[in-house]
Design a protein around this ligand. Structure first.
Ligand code: BES
Ligand code: MN
Ligand code: ZN
Length: 484
């Protein structure tokens, strides 16, 4: 979806933004009556459509509700207005949607928020649909911002970078596991990041073996596809400032391994790389908008398969940290991947703080459903910064506990630690496992995003499918805590 700033619309589809109970004064009487008759009141995201003869030309007139001006959910309402319009007109046959900002009274950044909602809602992945009929294909390609306030184009440039990052994450998450596996994930990033200033480093299997990453390699050992660690560095700040590390679980397919998952719904496990996908999309967004921060994004990429060579329940592996792990359940593989990636990033990049993102536990979905991701943290300032970024960006988070009583539950009778605890509190013991690999004094937060990566029905700014969760959250965290 292209966004263009113009002074007059070229399209015959023209939308006005309407505050709650305040139809535009210049609107044709018949349209105003029609809007009222169809109970259009300007609620956030509400869209009315009518037709008018303007200077002898048929105009499709859309009204999009902005809700109350002083609503606490103002940003979400602005987004809903843009997204609601695109949801309605994406396959309408119209190629261009003009949004009239001239009498909207919106600020530059508010206008950019409307456009962000519009652009995000327009994304689809149709690469594999070869038989869509003409009227099922998206027709809308361009949004004209008409009479936007001064500075809206500059505000939009940053949001456009963010949208590109979200879209890249959605693309990675949507691709099936025969297309996106560790090496092809890396290749897709290398191709996409060329010319952005992002610096990429790839660790291959031999290098991981030399580093002693027995936990990650144990997961990968049942798959013919080689694992990879992809580190993406963005230096937007004076040299020397320690980077913030974003670390993502990138299990490109999770069968469960020998502790194999049931067949029903197993196809969902193509998106078990949603944490790594969010990290890659965030790095792209930061680079495209020239963020003034030093950040390193690290993706731990493996495929978890059952095989004659796969690791067994009961196997003991030695992690890069030196800690030994009893693998009780080969389906608790995400933590085994993350622990070695976290040890590596601390050793090589000495980050000022670490945030990891992982589709780690089904128990997280039981606890929080699909509205909030869980955040576990050893540092209140980091947790508070992330919680605030969640509220501001719409990628919401809920704080979860860590405590020594939970930590005891993953002591192993034969090794230093086991990879699963009892059935209750499964998301917490998973977080405790990861915490054992975080150096003392390093602020760290773990985001369990299992419920957030994929949606079975459309949301405000996404169609059903990949949501791109995490990119807006991390980008907002960087803007509000690391920049300026
Ligand atoms: N990738 C899954 C978690 C998951 C499940 C994410 C469903 C999204 C939807 C993870 O690797 C896993 O299998 N976790 C197990 C842990 C258990 C064996 C302790 C789980 O949640 O059942
Ligand atoms: Mn698993
Ligand atoms: Zn998994």
């Amino acid at each position: 979806m292209k966004v263009e700033f113009v002074s007059a619309p070229t399209s015959r589809l023209i939308a006005s933004l309407v505050d709650q109970d305040a139809l535009p004064s210049g609107l044709e009487q018949v349209l105003a009556d029609a809007a009222r008759a169809s109970r259009f009141s300007g609620k956030p995201g509400q869209v009315f459509e009518g037709f008018a003869d303007r200077g002898g030309r048929l105009i499709r007139v859309a009204l999009a509700g902005l809700g109350e001006k002083n609503s606490k959910a103002r940003l979400a309402s602005l987004e809903k207005a843009g997204a609601g319009l695109v949801a309605k007109y994406l396959t309408s046959g119209e190629a261009t949607l003009a949004i009239d900002f001239a009498s909207s009274g919106l600020t530059a950044s508010e206008a950019a928020t409307v456009l962000l909602g519009a652009r995000l809602r327009g994304w689809r992945h149709d690469a594999y649909r070869t038989k869509l009929s003409e009227d099922q294909k998206p027709s809308l390609t361009t949004i004209e911002a008409v009479g936007a306030p001064a500075g809206a184009d500059v505000a939009w440039a940053a949001e456009a970078a963010l949208a590109t990052g979200v879209e890249f994450t959605r693309e990675l998450v949507t691709e099936p596991a025969n297309i996106i596996y560790p090496d092809s994930f890396v290749a897709r990033c290398q191709a996409r990041f060329a010319g952005t200033g992002l610096e990429l480093t790839v660790l291959d299997e031999a290098e991981m073996r030399a580093l002693g990453m027995g936990a990650l390699l144990g997961v990968s050992q049942g798959s013919p596809r080689a694992p990879a660690i992809l580190a993406i560095r963005w230096n937007g700040e004076a040299a020397g400032a320690k980077p913030t590390a974003f670390v993502g679980k990138g299990v490109t397919f999770d069968t469960g391994g020998i502790s194999i998952k049931p067949a029903g719904g197993m196809e969902d496990m193509k998106w078990d790389m949603g944490g790594a996908g969010a990290v890659a999309g965030t790095m792209l967004a930061l680079a495209l908008r020239g963020a003034k921060a030093n950040v390193v994004g690290v993706c731990g990429l493996v495929e978890n398969m059952p095989d004659g060579n796969a690791q067994r329940p009961g196997d003991v592996v030695t992690s890069m940290s030196g800690q030994t792990i009893e693998v009780i359940n080969t389906d608790a593989e995400g933590r085994l991947v993350l622990c070695d990636v976290l040890t590596w990033v601390q050793k090589v990049h000495a980050p000022a703080r670490i945030v990891d993102l992982a589709t780690l536990t089904g128990a997280m979905m039981i606890a929080l459903g699909q509205e909030y991701a869980g955040v576990f943290a050893n540092d209140d300032a980091l947790a508070d910064g992330l919680l605030a970024a969640g509220l501001a960006s719409g990628d919401k988070l809920w704080r979860m506990p860590l405590a020594p009583e939970y930590d005891k539950l993953i002591d192993s009778p034969i090794a230093d630690i086991k990879n699963v605890g009892p059935r209750f509190g499964g998301s917490i013991t998973a977080a405790q496992f990861i915490q054992r690999f975080i150096d003392k004094g390093t602020p760290w937060a773990h985001l369990d995003i299992a419920g957030m990566v994929w949606a079975d029905k459309p949301g405000t700014t996404w169609d059903k499918g990949a949501t791109g969760y995490g990119v807006r959250l991390l980008d907002r965290y960087v803007r509000d805590n690391l920049e300026g």
